[in-house]
Design a protein around this ligand. Structure first.
Ligand SMILES: CC(C)(COP(=O)(O)OP(=O)(O)OC[C@H]1O[C@@H](n2cnc3c(N)ncnc32)[C@H](O)[C@@H]1OP(=O)(O)O)[C@@H](O)C(=O)NCCC(=O)NCCS
Length: 175
């Protein structure tokens, strides 16, 4: 009998580099999500790992960024997806971006990992001391809308976006 490797969330780590690179190659170039992760990590993986640690501690942040904790969902040694937990909101995050963003590698979608990474991201937000968390999604992102709603997000409103023809749906979670 084979046992399924454990599914867990952890900060980006060098043992998962190869698996992350394979996952990064699955993303089409026109899919914006996680492109910043992919660009940084494929250019200089060690620096990327150091940067995510610094950003989580509020250090060396690119201009305009809020401190952010980055976690990878992995099953054993296989990279599955990324969740970013921002420690607070600025004006743009309050209207469009929210506290938490996530992405699942294309070959692992529609298997429940998105729902799980959101749940685990909310747990991390709670550990960071956040009491109220905002998660947003494009109105046409059916998967993300279902993930947010099944994790208990309370719909506030849908706001127009300056750069997209669809609205952004905003949901709150009391932790
Ligand atoms: C959105 C995303 C995270 C979904 O991840 P996932 O692992 O496929 O999600 P799950 O398997 O947990 O699916 C959750 C639900 O959404 C449904 N779903 C997922 N993708 C869907 C799609 N493209 N179209 C319709 N339904 C979809 C699933 O069937 C499931 O429905 P159920 O609860 O009725 O069974 C993934 O497609 C992704 O990474 N997309 C790019 C990044 C992104 O959009 N991130 C979210 C930003 S707000």
């Amino acid at each position: 009998m084979t046992t399924k490797p454990a599914l867990r969330l952890a900060m980006p780590r060098p043992e998962l580099e190869e698996s992350f690179r394979r996952a990064a190659a699955e993303f089409p170039y026109d899919e914006e999500t996680l492109s910043y992760e992919r660009d940084l990590a494929t250019r200089d993986f060690d620096q990327y790992v150091r940067s995510t640690q610094a950003w989580a501690n509020g250090r060396d942040l690119p201009r305009g960024w809020i401190a952010v904790s980055t976690f990878w969902l992995a099953e054993g040694d296989e990279y599955i997806g990324t969740v970013n937990v921002r420690h607070k909101l600025n004006d743009w995050l309050l209207r469009y971006g929210g506290h938490i963003g996530y992405g699942i590698r294309p070959s692992k979608r529609r298997m429940g990992y998105g729902t799980e990474i959101c749940r685990l991201g909310l747990e991390e937000a709670r550990k960071l001391g956040l009491k109220r968390v905002l998660i947003t999604c494009d109105a046409d992102n059916v998967g993300s809308k279902k993930i947010i709603e099944s994790n208990g997000g309370v719909f506030e409103d849908e706001v127009p976006q300056p750069d997209r023809p669809v609205g952004k749906r905003r949901y709150w979670f009391d932790l």
